[in-house]
Write a protein that binds this ligand. Structure first.
Ligand code: PLP
Length: 407
């Protein structure tokens, strides 16, 4: 008899986006002429950098010719891309990461979800609340949690990210082994300072713990004093794995390219307490279960590091950040507290009422769709997330409508 992994039965239905979709459908049926503006989903809306498109086309043409055709590539990614990443994303910022510590993949979602399988079942996990749900759900699937009760899974150490700590969680009181951090944060848009990140690195070193640092939104950091990578912090190489993506900064959400950094010193321990290097184990896993990102996509990603690619990628980020600045100005004029929007495309707004009530009010009175914070965890209730990923014109109209509704 085939039996299933019962841990899957513990998973909470992801009601968030289906509930949003249902409410939108009901609204549109009642008001078919209202032009809804969606500032809810974290997907980019603008075309890829021109430099990436040219490189993409050229690589596709290479695939058509027997003399330049490429079949399976290296699972870890082509050397040209790994080198470009190491030089531009790390060495340029004083972070000592080499090309062979980079594992190119088709998404930070897959990598942040898959990495947990390297660790034992009884690993004590710390996860922020609110949170990008992948970290939590993949540990539930793996059986590292108890049941769901009162908005939380038993067995997880939740790191509250709330107004009182400026949405940067404090160190846990109990011992933990594996810590998920994400900065700039989804959903709150908060950032972490060098000093705060140093505290986490020291915690991990002192407690033989490991930090999984999700930097999918690093491209939006404008403040030069903020770290873009955890490897800008001394001592992080031994205790941190970093996840990056071309999705948000360069607009690759539909093209798919990301990477994970596993420094060679980074270690976990075996049952006898001996250090085991993670690099070789992740390499083994990656090569066994993944067959590489397509050649044209890797060429398109490489092109984001050319001079024109850098300028065009920055222009994309600047475009969204102009939207974010407009949202911040409007929200603050209306007297609402918010975080994010300065080094992040997300603005996390204290709606002062239940998240879903605020969502309904914006939908029904302003024709604007946001994301209710409650969908990201217990600490998200009372908040809504507004995303800067839309056209400047739509965001301008949405902010005019918000002002009329909330004034
Ligand atoms: N990490 C965070 C925090 C995200 O918000 C997202 C996407 O929304 C991802 C990772 C996924 O990135 P990718 O498109 O590379 O899978």
């Amino acid at each position: 008899m085939i039996t299933i992994n019962e841990h899957y039965l513990k998973l909470q239905k992801s009601y968030l986006f289906s509930d949003i979709a249902k409410r939108i459908a009901a609204f549109q049926e009642s008001y078919p002429d209202t032009d809804l503006i969606k500032l809810g989903i974290g997907d980019v809306t603008r075309g890829l950098p021109k430099a990436s498109i040219s490189a993409f086309h050229k690589a596709v043409d290479e695939m058509a010719d027997d003399t330049t055709f490429r079949g399976y590539g290296p699972e870890q990614g082509y050397e040209f891309l790994r080198k470009a990443i190491a030089v531009n994303d790390f060495k340029s910022r004083g972070a000592d990461i080499s090309a062979d510590e980079i594992f190119v993949s088709d998404g930070a979602k897959c990598d942040t979800g898959n990495i947990q399988e390297l660790f034992t079942q009884d690993t004590r996990i710390a996860i922020p609340d609110p949170v990008y749900p992948v970290y939590l759900d993949t540990n539930v699937m793996a059986g590292r949690t108890g049941d769901f009760a009162d908005g939380r899974y038993n067995g997880i150490v939740y790191l509250d990210s709330v107004k009182e700590n400026q949405f940067v969680p404090s160190l846990p009181e109990e011992d933990v082994d594996l810590i998920y951090l994400c900065f700039p944060n989804n959903p709150t848009g908060s950032t972490i300072t060098r000093e705060e990140l140093t505290t986490w690195v020291e915690y991990a070193r002192d407690n033989k713990a490991l930090i999984l640092f999700d930097a999918a939104y690093e491209a939006f950091i404008c403040d030069k004093s903020l770290p873009k990578s955890i490897y800008e912090i001394e001592g992080a190489r031994e205790v941190a794995i970093e996840f990056r993506s071309f999705s948000k900064g360069a607009g690759f959400t539909g093209t798919r390219c990301a990477y994970t950094v596993v420094p060679k010193e980074c270690a976990a321990h075996d049952a006898k307490g001996n250090k085991q290097l993670i690099h070789g184990l992740w390499n083994r896993r990656h090569c066994t279960k993944f067959n590489g990102v397509s050649y044209p996509v890797q060429r398109a990603a490489e092109a984001t590091y050319s001079d024109e690619g850098k300028t065009q990628t920055k222009a994309l980020v600047d475009y969204y950040m102009k939207n974010a600045a407009m949202v911040c100005t409007t929200i603050s004029k209306l007297g609402y507290d918010y975080v994010g929007g300065k080094n992040s495309p997300y603005i996390w707004i204290d709606g002062k009422i239940d998240s879903w009530d605020f969502f309904d009010m914006l939908l029904n009175k302003a024709g604007v769709v946001c994301t209710p914070g409650a969908g990201f965890g217990k600490c998200g209730n009372g908040y809504i997330r507004i995303s800067a990923f839309n056209s400047y014109e739509n965001v301008t109209t949405a902010m005019t409508r918000l002002t009329e509704t909330l004034s």
